[in-house]
Design a binder for this molecule. Structure first.
Ligand SMILES: Nc1ncnc2c1ncn2[C@@H]1O[C@H](COP(=O)(O)OP(=O)(O)O)[C@@H](O)[C@H]1O
Ligand SMILES: [Mg+2]
Length: 320
């Protein structure tokens, strides 16, 4: 890699007994959107905080935009972003928040309206932030980061609290910045959130990197997927599936799905699945639907992060 935006090696960071980061390497290619994915408590916020100079690692080396990061707490030149939600003044309006930030940084308020426009907050620029939804706050935080025209943008769960339209908007802004050459690192606890946007992802679990590389490579890590099979004769299909080598018929544990249809859930490699379809059709059973229960990227993410998670580290809302 010629000029990485971020190059981290062997980063360790502990809080008392808790090892939040345990020898993490991270490479962010300049001008790319890099996803940092992991369940709650994996260490994402801690790692992004190091990139923003909010903390220093216990050990390991960190180089940002070509410059080694020292032991002082300061945001490296050319870097902007936020972790754990943007810091905003609730009693000020959106525009006043950005203007105050710009004057704090001594950068003048010229870019304020452009930044508001970029994130789609022009219409509510005069409203107090106190009444903003979580999604609107996230977008205002993004606008605040854009004010400085950063070369590296660091965003911690920027899609958190956004509805699908808001997420698309934020994603468009990020894709646009990346097209102009800005490097972006953004985190999420959901893989499907990032798949469309990121060229590469790093998956962390309890402080360790369990995958890092192109999104396309991740899809091959998922192993055998679970597929939902809907056919013209569920009982017969179940018998044929159970007799097909390499195919396992699973109990569908989703009561809603079980009630609504008489679909089967089977786990199989693609070759065995092909065999199953041929057998079904050969026996006169029509295949009406055959699709992965979970998207392949999400499945790979779950396969890499489930099982060895410490109790309580994975939030209940993430269990699906
Ligand atoms: N300031 C802190 N003090 C004590 N423990 C912390 C602190 N920050 C993070 N941790 C712990 O470090 C681990 C990683 O946290 P975090 O980086 O916030 O994970 P994520 O953002 O992936 O959810 C968790 O076990 C968390 O409880
Ligand atoms: Mg976090």
């Amino acid at each position: 890699m010629e000029n990485p935006a971020v190059r981290a090696r062997g980063i360790v960071k502990s809080f008392g007994d808790v090892v939040a980061l345990d020898g993490v390497d991270l490479d962010v290619v300049e001008g790319q959107v890099h996803g940092l994915v992991g369940p709650n408590g994996a260490g994402k916020t801690t790692l992004l905080g190091l990139l923003l100079g909010l903390a220093v690692p216990d050990s390991g080396t960190l180089q940002i935009l070509g410059t080694p990061v020292g032991r002082t707490l300061a945001c490296p030149d050319g870097v902007a972003g936020f972790v754990d939600g943007p810091g905003l003044y609730p009693t000020l309006t959106a525009r006043q928040n950005l203007t105050a930030l710009a004057s704090l940084r001594g950068s003048g308020s010229d870019g304020v309206d452009v930044a508001l426009e970029q994130v789609g907050l022009t219409d509510v620029a005069g409203d107090r932030v106190r009444g903003f939804s979580l999604g609107m706050r996230q977008r205002l935080g993004l606008a605040a980061a854009l004010l400085t025209r950063p070369r590296l943008l660091v965003l911690d769960e920027p899609a958190n609290g956004l509805d699908p339209a808001g997420t698309r908007h934020v994603h468009r802004v990020i894709a646009g910045l990346s097209a102009e050459g800005t490097s972006v690192v953004m985190s999420s606890h959901r893989m499907d959130d990032l798949a469309a946007l990121c060229s590469e992802v790093t998956i962390v679990n309890t402080g360790r990197v369990v995958f890092s590389g192109p999104v396309t490579k991740l899809a091959t890590e998922s192993g055998d997927l679970d597929y939902r099979l809907l056919s013209s004769d569920a009982a017969f299909a179940r018998r044929i599936a159970s007799e097909t080598p390499g195919v396992r018929v699973l109990a569908d544990d989703d009561p809603l799905r079980r009630q609504a249809t008489d679909a089967l859930v089977v786990r199989a490699p693609v070759s065995a699945l092909d065999d199953l379809v041929a057998r079904l059709v050969g026996a006169g059973v029509a295949v009406r639907e055959l699709a992965p229960v979970i998207a392949p990227l999400e499945a790979a993410f779950l396969a890499l992060t489930e099982g060895d998670t410490e109790p309580g580290a994975n939030g209940e809302e993430d269990r699906r």
